[in-house]
Design a protein around this ligand. Structure first.
Ligand SMILES: Cc1cc2nc3c(=O)[nH]c(=O)nc-3n(C[C@H](O)[C@H](O)[C@H](O)COP(=O)(O)OP(=O)(O)OC[C@H]3O[C@@H](n4cnc5c(N)ncnc54)[C@H](O)[C@@H]3O)c2cc1C
Length: 450
């Protein structure tokens, strides 16, 4: 057979997601063509080698603690599903405490070799410029998708362009907010179009001294510099970093995202000097985002400064703020529950393009895309992993809520799981991970042929 032409699924992009998807398909007996543009004269602005699954920045897959950490749990679930990325991380491991970190070259070489040697995989070094019009395809070209293909995807997805600065405001866990200091209210108690009581936002009040110290903290805080290639991407006034606003004048934020007008603090009956507002970020209300707080402050500086906000002294962050170039589609609207493009179901998406964030999450969505595609070809429909599992929770973020108005990339975190309110906070993470293990076991059991 000619491995390059005689294929059943075309996977485009040989990064974390594409390699995992190709592996899952190949292991299921499906023939795959894996197209990767590096090695054919093309390069992204962040990659440096021709190796598959190159880690472009950190060499860490983050925590490997499967009992108390959501990404550690995701590692464990992926191992149970025969993940290529997890298997190849093992021999590449470097000492990193409770984290799973790897020698990036050993890791990438391991992935590249495993796929090259697989009888069902043809790795083809080529750039793909348009979405294939037929044939089962998985698009896994990542946050730095080459421009021609990005334009073609934009056309199919009904989006003008896909490469933009991704303005991310921090998201925090509800149960880490001190509600004795904050209160729920809408500005002027206005009731929104969806109805309700006019109490949708959490408001954190600040007095004059707290506000002034906070503004100074934003100005003085250590920032991440723009990379040279980032400066060529369009920059929108609408995603202005909060520290840039702070540097425009001491009152700017009080007339912008920290405006107190129309927000009576029930403890004083008056407007505070300034207010930080939090808006519900997921349907279950376990996650809340800081409205208008997109920032380029370094992560450590964000945690330190944002914990000076009254009510957020013990805030635990599900995601910190950031601004970087990213390419992702509005997955909740565009994809079906098995990651297929609703308007062209022969195409699936995987990896960071779907709006998950991180190496492990990208590989996890690749794993699911590969498995869903294999199941479809083999005529053995695959139910989605239960929402109590890390895989199911992450998939729920990507495809779960069609009504999501402002879809943003996110790492896996416990806020995406169904809540477990009856369990004491101290025991909650372990209760969630053991619930997840049971749910995954049951799901795997159902997949076994009778
Ligand atoms: C600068 C930067 C730094 C990051 N740092 C981290 C970090 O430290 N930790 C972390 O967990 N996550 C990080 N991420 C986020 C993200 O998890 C990684 O980018 C991850 O590699 C995404 O996996 P992926 O498979 O979706 O994309 P990628 O791993 O980027 O793989 C996509 C592949 O598609 C190829 N490709 C693109 N266009 C085409 C085309 N038209 N035809 C053929 N091939 C094509 C690319 O060459 C690439 O190999 C970072 C992202 C960026 C942009």
């Amino acid at each position: 057979m000619d491995k390059a032409t005689d294929h059943q699924v075309h996977v485009i992009g040989g990064g974390l997601a594409g390699t995992e998807a190709a592996w899952q398909l190949a292991q299921a007996g499906i023939k795959v063509r894996l197209s990767e543009m590096r090695g054919a004269g093309d390069m992204t602005p962040a990659h440096q080698t021709d190796g598959l699954a190159e880690l472009v920045c950190s060499n860490s897959f983050r925590s490997d603690d499967a009992d108390k950490n959501a990404v550690g749990l995701l590692h464990q679930e992926m191992r149970r599903l025969g993940s290529l990325i997890m298997t190849q991380a093992e021999p590449a491991k470097v000492p990193a405490g409770s984290a799973l970190a790897v020698d990036r070259d050993v890791f990438s070489q391991g992935v590249t070799r495993a796929l090259a040697e697989h009888p069902n995989v043809a790795v083809v070094r080529e750039r793909v410029d348009t979405l294939p019009t037929s044939g089962m395809t998985i698009i896994a070209t990542g946050p730095l998708t080459a421009p021609a293909l990005a334009a073609s995807i934009g056309q199919a997805a009904g989006m003008d362009h896909l490469a933009f600065f991704d303005a991310i405001a921090p998201v925090l866990h509800y149960d880490s907010i001190d509600m004795d200091k904050c209160w729920m209210a809408n500005r002027w108690d206005k009731i929104g179009p969806g109805g309700g009581e006019g109490k949708d936002y959490i408001n954190c009040p600040m007095n004059r001294e707290q506000y002034q110290a906070f503004v100074q903290g934003l100005i003085d805080g250590e920032k991440t510099e723009f990379k040279e290639w980032e400066t060529n991407t369009p920059y929108f006034e609408g995603c202005m970093p909060i520290e840039v606003m702070a540097s425009r004048g001491p009152e700017t934020l009080r007339h912008g995202p920290m405006k107190p007008m129309g927000l009576d603090d029930p403890r004083t009956g008056r407007w505070p000097y300034a207010v930080v507002q939090l808006r519900q970020d997921n349907a279950s209300g376990t996650l809340w985002n800081m409205v208008g707080f997109q920032t380029k402050l370094k992560h450590g500086a964000q945690v330190e400064l944002f914990r000076t906000i009254p009510g957020l002294e013990k805030a635990e962050f599900a995601r910190l703020g950031g601004l970087h170039r990213n390419t992702f589609i509005q997955s909740p609207k565009l994809l079906d529950p098995t990651l297929r493009l609703k308007s062209a179901p022969h195409i699936r998406f995987a990896g960071q393009m779907t709006g998950c964030e991180g190496y492990v999450e990208s590989a996890a969505i690749g794993l699911l895309a590969g498995r869903f595609a294999a199941a479809e070809l083999l005529g053995q429909p695959l139910p989605a992993p239960p929402p109590e599992t890390a895989l199911g929770a992450l998939l729920g973020h990507v495809t779960g809520n069609e009504a999501t108005a402002d879809y943003q990339p996110m790492n896996v975190n416990f806020g995406l799981f169904p809540p477990l309110e009856d369990v004491k906070k101290k025991q909650r993470k372990e209760a969630m991970t053991s619930r997840a293990r049971a749910a995954l076991g049951q799901w795997l059991g159902e997949l076994q042929p009778a």
